[in-house]
Design a protein around this ligand. Structure first.
Ligand SMILES: Cc1cc2nc3c(=O)[nH]c(=O)nc-3n(C[C@H](O)[C@H](O)[C@H](O)COP(=O)(O)O)c2cc1C
Length: 163
């Protein structure tokens, strides 16, 4: 298998980047995610893949609710905050505006395009990311939005490398 060709093909898809947040009722966490997609129409469901090495992983697998925040082009600083720092070392929620959703789930004030999800399943196939499948329970959107896409952040150094 030509891994470079595969990587190039996926890069051309130029995914819109999100910030995933989680709360298990005790601890908050969040990271930038490129692996995410709608995965069912009826019922509406969404899948997010979380790296096992991330601080967010430990919290997300214990969380009943998750939030997906769609990043806009002007949110590069937020992308660096959530994708370049790790909750192992810093409290990512100390210096940004957020308000609590279900179970204390952090909802980012800067990101009005977001969906709050209720977790329905997790799938670990032995890879370096675990799939979390969830159903939307609350959605907010704005009319104007140019998403921050993968090509804008692909050179960013992640706070945690996957194993
Ligand atoms: C371009 C890019 C895409 C990323 N995609 C994912 C992803 O799909 N899933 C994931 O769990 N982490 C992804 N990350 C990595 C995390 O955002 C990053 O390691 C973060 O610092 C982890 O923070 P945490 O340790 O507080 O959870 C990505 C990082 C970058 C720069």
């Amino acid at each position: 298998m030509d891994r470079e060709a595969f990587d190039s093909l996926v890069t051309h898809m130029d995914t819109a980047m999100i910030v995933l947040t989680a709360s298990d009722g005790r601890e908050r966490a969040g990271c930038m995610v490129g692996f995410h997609t709608q995965c069912s129409i009826e019922p509406r469901q969404y899948a997010i893949w979380v790296s096992k090495t991330n601080h967010t992983y430990d919290v997300a697998i214990r969380s009943r609710h998750l939030a997906v925040h769609l990043l806009a082009e002007q949110d590069r600083d937020l992308a660096e905050h959530f994708g370049g720092l790790t909750g192992d070392e810093v409290d990512k929620f100390a210096d940004i505006e957020w308000h609590p959703g279900p179970d204390g789930l952090p909802l980012l004030a800067r990101c009005p395009n977001r969906v709050v999800l209720r977790v329905v399943a997790q799938h670990d196939d032995g890879g370096d990311h675990v799939c979390v499948i969830a159903e939307p329970i609350d959605v907010s959107t704005t009319v104007e939005l140019t998403p921050l896409r993968f090509h804008s952040v692909e050179r960013m150094e992640p706070g945690h490398e996957p194993d």
